[in-house]
Design a protein around this ligand. Structure first.
Ligand code: DMJ
Length: 462
């Protein structure tokens, strides 16, 4: 952001866009009374119905496997044996939505089949945010100690990945031998553990998990450039940067999110300090005010000059983080851009060149971040505009992605051709945030929890 004058102009611009916005339905005024354009109860029910359709399809075609393939109408596993990605990721949504029958069948499946004593290499980051994260929120919401026992068993296997000369974790770890691989990693896969590991420490009384995850984040933070930016690839053995491109997108995103969230969840001043100085650098060097709105671009971590105007569905998470950090003006402006990206074709593309408003990567993977942004912004502002945004996005998602056997990712938002994929995060995150946006705190109080990057909620400490 160049200066305050620019930013004030942007706010005026954003206000004008909001007034002229023809896609979001404004509230109607009838005989002096403001009738809300969004029926929250109806929308929460639609989100719940969508969840039931996704879950019942998983049950019918992919029961016991990691994920559903909604075009082939069969399931698939990520590795040689199942880790029950979908049931574990989706369990807390069932609890939150009050789906008793579904949650008890998922719970029975988890305790009957889930085990980690399997000789296979797994991706540390994905298994941590989905499985460890899901088991821990299941434990907090349900109270059954067996969830914690499974989480501890998994945590004790994954923690071996941090056994590198720098303390930053390898990308892959064998669940039995602890053998590691994948020394060229990225900030997200190095710095997205402290929330889950901290919760594991809290419930087991063993500080080792938290300390290990924090050491890795600190090692990464110590290697930021003099401008305060991180690159996108680093060798966890030598600490040498392999790619100095900086941005807020996939590969860096949840590392930023976890500094902010760990600071709040564990009242950790070191984390808050790291987040604040990272945010200052990001706002100084990556924030990009264009005639069509406010975005974050790409720059070299050592130069700090924007050279790439790429944004995308993953970047959209940052509106929620900005709001949580109290940077409301940037948060509101960015959520306007998020919504614009979504409505450009009716569904957002994975990648967008925002200077031309042209997709650089036209697929859609059923991602949650844009709806997550609307949910966060609504929680902090109670401005109905975010309900309207959420309603438009959700309705289009159902319109273009639903089929008779679940919900499908899209090969291209230009053609709306469906793809044979329904990731577990669609249930864990996309449908959870959609439901919570309209449920208005009835099932889960936003102010009492912090979500991990896979939308698993944990209680804030007193
Ligand atoms: C999820 O697994 C998590 O939100 C992660 O941080 C990013 N990618 C997906 C959803 O898009």
């Amino acid at each position: 952001m160049q200066n305050m004058k620019d930013f004030k102009l942007l706010i005026l611009f954003v206000a004008l866009v909001s007034v002229l916005n023809i896609q979001a339905q404004p509230s109607t005024v009838v005989t002096g009374k403001r009738i809300p354009a969004v029926d929250k109860k109806e929308m929460a029910n639609e989100a719940k119905e969508a969840f039931l359709h996704a879950w019942n399809s998983y049950k019918t075609y992919a029961w016991g496997m990691d994920a559903l393939m909604p075009l082939s109408k069969k399931g698939h596993n990520w590795y040689k044996e199942t880790l029950l990605m979908t049931p574990v990721d989706a369990y807390d949504v069932m609890m939150i939505m009050g789906l008793k029958k579904e949650s008890s069948e998922a719970k029975a499946l988890i305790f009957e089949r889930l085990r980690f004593n399997i000789d296979m290499d797994v991706q540390n980051f994905e298994v941590s945010i989905r499985i460890l994260g899901g088991l821990l929120s299941a434990y907090e919401l349900d109270g059954d100690k067996r969830f914690l026992e499974l989480a501890k068993d998994l945590g004790d296997r994954l923690i071996k990945s941090f056994n590198s000369p720098t303390g930053m974790p390898y990308r892959y770890v064998n669940l039995v031998s602890g053998k590691t691989s994948g020394n060229i990693s990225n900030p997200a896969e190095i710095g997205t553990y402290i929330v889950e590991y901290g919760i594991l420490s809290r419930h087991t009384g063993d500080p080792r998990y938290y300390e290990t995850a924090k050491r890795a984040m600190t090692a990464l933070n110590d290697r930021r450039s003099p401008l305060g930016l991180t690159g996108s690839q680093i060798d966890v053995e030598t600490g040498e940067w392999k790619n100095t491109g900086s941005h807020i997108s996939g590969g860096i995103d949840s590392y930023l999110e976890y500094m902010l969230k760990a600071g709040i969840l564990f009242n950790d001043k070191d984390m808050t300090g790291m987040w604040q100085s990272s945010l200052a650098a990001i706002n100084k060097y990556l924030a990009d005010l264009q005639p069509n709105g406010f975005w974050y671009g790409h720059a070299d971590m050592n130069v700090g000059k924007i050279t790439g105007t790429h944004y995308g569905s993953l970047d959209a998470f940052f509106a929620g983080s900005l709001a949580m950090a109290g940077d409301m003006e940037h948060a509101k402006a960015l959520q306007e851009s998020n919504y614009k990206m979504w409505m450009l074709y009716g569904i957002e593309p994975e990648g967008l060149d925002y200077s031309k408003m042209e997709p650089t990567w036209p697929s859609y993977s059923l991602r949650p971040e844009n709806l997550e942004g609307a949910y966060y912004l609504y929680q902090y502002t109670h401005d109905e505009k975010y309900l309207e945004m959420g309603k438009d996005m959700f309705k289009n998602l159902v319109k273009y992605c639903r089929n008779d056997a679940g919900f499908c990712a899209l090969k291209s938002v230009l053609t709306m051709e469906k793809d044979d994929e329904m990731e577990s995060f669609f249930l864990a995150e996309t449908l959870k945030y959609s439901f919570l946006l309209f449920d208005d705190g009835k099932s889960l109080d936003f102010n009492k929890v912090i979500f991990n990057t896979e939308a698993h909620p944990y209680r804030r400490s007193k």
